[in-house]
Design a binder for this molecule. Structure first.
Ligand code: GLC
Length: 571
């Protein structure tokens, strides 16, 4: 068997379980600020818990100064911590405490836009003569056939989903059968008498990456956090920084389904974002920061959030594989919980990945319905085993370990401008009998988002008492990782079975393998694995609480799997 390449030996990220914390709803520091939201110190207090899941890294979603129009992705000062979440010293302390434990911190970097209250934008909108005049994308607009002032082109806003609701409520005057129009990505600004581009919400103007000053300022922001000890960045909406500055119209996307898709998807995206000529250049420039003498020995890494076609993702993955990879959203976004498609996606993902790259896997995040709501409780347990036993960077979105489901958030309590993502961001229930499920001591109506009452029964303290709970399953996976070198270092190898619903893969290391089998169906299966090197093995872990102890099995005979069961087999 081949030995590992040097990059595999040296990079921490080859064997990283990264726990994503949504700081506003994770845990409030009860000693300091009973204000109804989580805090940085709240995260620091829960490091034992996070580590008990086998996680060795954190990704903390934005905690920067922000008017909170888009959950903190609208930043007014990237070098300041939002006062409701804590202080920069709190972040320093979090970094120090993580590093003491050998853990790493990844934070969000938001290159495409700032808040409209960011001093840069305030200056830019104030006058056409300021030095920041071209830091955002301004345009006079064009005249329509009737002489009215129109946006410069047809580019649409990502946050166009509320248009569907407006239509349902009778607020849009549209003929029957007509498509619901997306919102324009251009916003007219009365102060500068021009349009500015805002691809997400009007409160998030897009930065002009063709401006050298912008690029320099953004790279300085990365250096600011690298100098404080941050180990990696999740690059938010990375594909949006690459635009065609000639501003041509986008073409219609004929696969759009009215009433189902976001009206934003009526247009293909080749110019408003995903524009290779500029995108690749700017991402190269960003990764160059990680290669500067001050940082190059640091093993710091980027992971790009980019919802793009697979071929376009391949290009991004080839730019600087030793430092940056795109998120692998294939399973999350494109396919349902189903054996054959999942197997094909997984095999093709690993085969396309450049040599020096590091794989990654996600089951959810703060933008998607919660895993258990999407696929059900048992399948969610299987997904945990299936995903966490893979190689590379594996992400757990906070609450996944409890099989939390989407909460109910009334229109009056909404935080999300896109209208839909609050349910997956409701607070973590820590304790079933404490106020606000132990999340916060503030009055319930002052919480950032309401507690999901239906899931108080899934609180951490309850699940710790139950030997068969999802939380105990995540902990068992974490324990197994700690003691099994093959699961830490082994490379991914595809295996086949005689049944499309049962997906098999192995982790191979120095001639040995660990085998993972997952039944994606709701019926019991007897599956034969065709090409494993194991003749006999021990089932050391099952996603279901059906088997009490380790079972020895003969792999020359069919292996029995319960509905939605995932098992791990060692030699
Ligand atoms: C990313 C974030 C999302 C945010 C958007 C705009 O997609 O994950 O939460 O709304 O970027 O910054």
């Amino acid at each position: 068997m081949k030995t590992m390449s040097s990059s595999q030996k040296t990079s921490f990220w080859h064997n990283a379980i990264i726990y994503q914390v949504y700081p506003w709803t994770f845990f409030e520091d009860p000693d300091r600020r009973p204000l109804g939201n989580g805090s940085i110190r709240g995260i620091t207090q829960k490091l034992n818990y996070i580590q008990s899941l086998g996680a060795n890294a954190l990704w903390v979603s934005p905690f920067f100064a922000s008017p909170m129009i888009d959950g903190g992705y609208d930043v007014t000062d990237y070098t300041q911590v939002h006062p409701l979440l804590g202080t920069i010293e709190d972040v320093d302390e979090l970094i120090a405490k993580l590093h003491e434990r050998g853990m790493k911190l990844m934070i969000d970097f938001i290159p495409n836009h700032t808040s409209d209250r960011h001093p840069w934008f305030v200056q830019s909108r104030a006058s056409k003569r300021t030095v920041k005049k071209d830091w955002y994308i301004w345009h006079n607009g064009r005249r329509g056939v009737d002489g009215s002032l129109q946006p410069p082109n047809n580019w649409a806003r990502v946050f166009s989903l509320p248009q569907l609701e407006r239509r349902k409520a009778g607020l849009l005057d549209l003929p029957e059968g007509a498509y619901t129009p997306p919102l324009s990505a251009w916003e007219f600004d009365g102060q500068r008498n021009q349009f500015y581009l805002a691809s997400f919400s009007d409160a998030q103007p897009d930065l002009n990456w063709s401006n050298v000053g912008v690029r320099k300022a953004m790279k300085d922001q990365l250096r600011f956090w690298l100098d404080r000890g941050v180990d990696g960045f999740r690059i938010d909406a990375a594909n949006h920084i690459g635009k065609n500055m000639e501003l041509p119209d986008e073409e219609p996307d004929t696969s759009y389904q009215e009433g189902v898709d976001n009206p934003y998807d009526q247009l293909r995206r080749h110019n408003s974002c995903d524009y290779p000529e500029t995108l690749h250049h700017y991402l190269d420039e960003l990764t160059d920061v990680l290669k500067e003498p001050a940082y190059r020995e640091r093993d710091a890494r980027f992971i790009y959030e980019a919802y793009m076609e697979e071929n376009d993702l391949d290009y991004l993955n080839r730019l600087c594989p030793e430092k940056a990879t795109t998120f692998n959203f294939g399973a999350l976004d494109r396919i349902s919980w189903s054996g054959l498609p999942r197997k094909l996606q997984l095999d093709s993902y690993y085969s396309r990945l450049p040599k020096k790259s590091i794989a990654n896997h996600v089951n959810g995040n703060h933008d998607k319905d919660r895993l258990a709501s999407r696929i059900g409780d048992d399948a969610a347990r299987a997904a945990a085993v299936f995903t966490l036993c893979l190689s590379g960077m594996r992400f757990i979105y906070n609450g996944e370990e409890l099989n939390l489901r989407n909460g109910y958030v009334s229109t009056a309590r909404r935080q999300d401008p896109n209208g839909l993502r609050d349910p997956e961001r409701t607070p973590i229930p820590w304790h079933d009998t404490r106020k606000n499920a132990g999340f916060s001591t503030a009055p319930a109506h002052e919480l950032y988002l309401p507690i999901n009452k239906n899931d108080i029964i899934r609180a951490v303290n309850v699940q710790l008492r139950q030997s068969t709970s999802p939380l105990r399953l995540y902990q068992a996976i974490g324990e197994l990782m700690k003691e099994n070198t093959i699961l830490q270092c082994g490379k991914f190898a595809s295996r086949t079975t005689n049944d499309h619903d049962v997906v098999a893969y192995a982790r191979e290391y120095q001639g040995f393998e660990v085998l993972v089998l997952t039944n994606f169906s709701d019926t019991t299966k007897e599956a034969m694995v065709d090409n494993t090197t194991l003749q006999q093995g021990n089932i050391v872990l099952s996603s279901l609480p059906v088997h009490e102890s380790i079972r020895r099995i003969d792999l020359s005979k069919p292996v029995r799997l319960e509905p939605y069961e995932a098992i791990v087999i060692t030699a």
